[in-house]
Design a protein around this ligand. Structure first.
Ligand SMILES: [Zn+2]
Length: 284
């Protein structure tokens, strides 16, 4: 890994914008642990300003779900994730930078579960590069961390917030100010909740609605009212956590739009194709 640069070695294609190129250039000057940023990403590229219909059409043309970005299996016209087809979903879509597998997945696990806190800098630069390359910093008013409860029964640190702060340090001020590093942040979780990882879909939904939902607070709705918000999280599995965060930001915070970006997306058991009735995320 030594000596590898953050900035992709190949052109970014047609999705880069002038501000994005400025941001990417700024990233070159930063020091710290290096990580390779995936360049050709197996996700749709929704335009925050585009109509949902146009976004869906463009994504289906790539045979990927317009909501979660997963590849649709051969012959499947819709995603196996129930939330993607839900009319009551609170977020529009989620982009994942990469699949949760291989060395990148192992490093995120070490960061998240085994105290490898120095990886925040690398994941932050990975996030900053992705936000800049996809033009997402122009499409949203505020980029915020999915909330973590730090304290008894919860985590020992705000691991997603640390990634967001590291990303902010990589960006020029014209974009950095959109990343929420306020205290308290735009949305907070006021108590510990069971982990969703490794649980089946119905149980994940129950925990999200009954246990996570009551603990989410938007301390200052003035920061989110009528704003377009992008929620950053480490892993996207089925979107239950993002949906609850989006619900709080819409109902309590008055947000106009909520979308998500995750570092990694949990692969589905059995790959892209298969029987939707058996669909469930891999434990993680
Ligand atoms: Zn989907």
């Amino acid at each position: 890994m030594a000596g590898r640069r953050l900035v992709p070695r190949r052109p970014l294609g047609g999705h880069g914008t002038a501000p994005a190129r400025i941001a990417a250039s700024a990233l070159r000057t930063r020091r710290g642990p290096d990580i390779i940023v995936p360049v050709f990403l197996p996700t749709p590229i929704p335009d925050a300003a585009a109509s949902p219909g146009a976004t869906r059409g463009a994504a289906l043309a790539r045979a990927a779900c317009a909501v979660c970005g997963r590849r649709l299996g051969a012959g499947l016209g819709r995603c196996r994730n129930p939330l993607c087809a839900s009319a009551s979903r609170w977020f529009d879509w989620n982009l994942a930078i990469a699949e949760r597998r291989g060395p990148l997945g192992a490093r995120l696990d070490a960061y998240k579960y085994r105290g490898a806190s120095l990886w925040a800098a690398s994941f932050g630069r990975m996030l900053a590069g992705f936000l800049a390359e996809r033009g997402l910093l122009e499409g949203f008013d505020l980029v915020l961390a999915s909330p973590t409860f730090v304290g008894e029964g919860g985590r020992d640190r705000d691991h997603v917030g640390a990634i967001l702060r590291a990303a902010r340090d990589c960006l020029p001020e014209e974009h950095a100010h959109r990343l929420d590093v306020a205290d308290p942040p735009a949305v907070v979780k006021t108590g510990p909740t069971p982990r969703l990882a490794g649980r089946a879909g119905p149980e994940r939904r129950r925990i999200a609605e009954e246990l996570i939902r009551p603990l989410l607070r938007v301390p200052d709705p003035g920061r989110t009212r009528r704003r377009r918000l992008l929620v950053v999280d480490d892993v996207f599995t089925d979107g239950r956590t993002l949906d609850e965060v989006a619900r709080a930001l819409r109902l309590q915070g008055g947000a106009r739009q909520v979308c998500g970006v995750s570092l990694l997306r949990q692969p589905w058991r059995g790959g892209a194709s298969g029987d939707g009735r058996r669909a469930r995320p891999l434990p993680g």
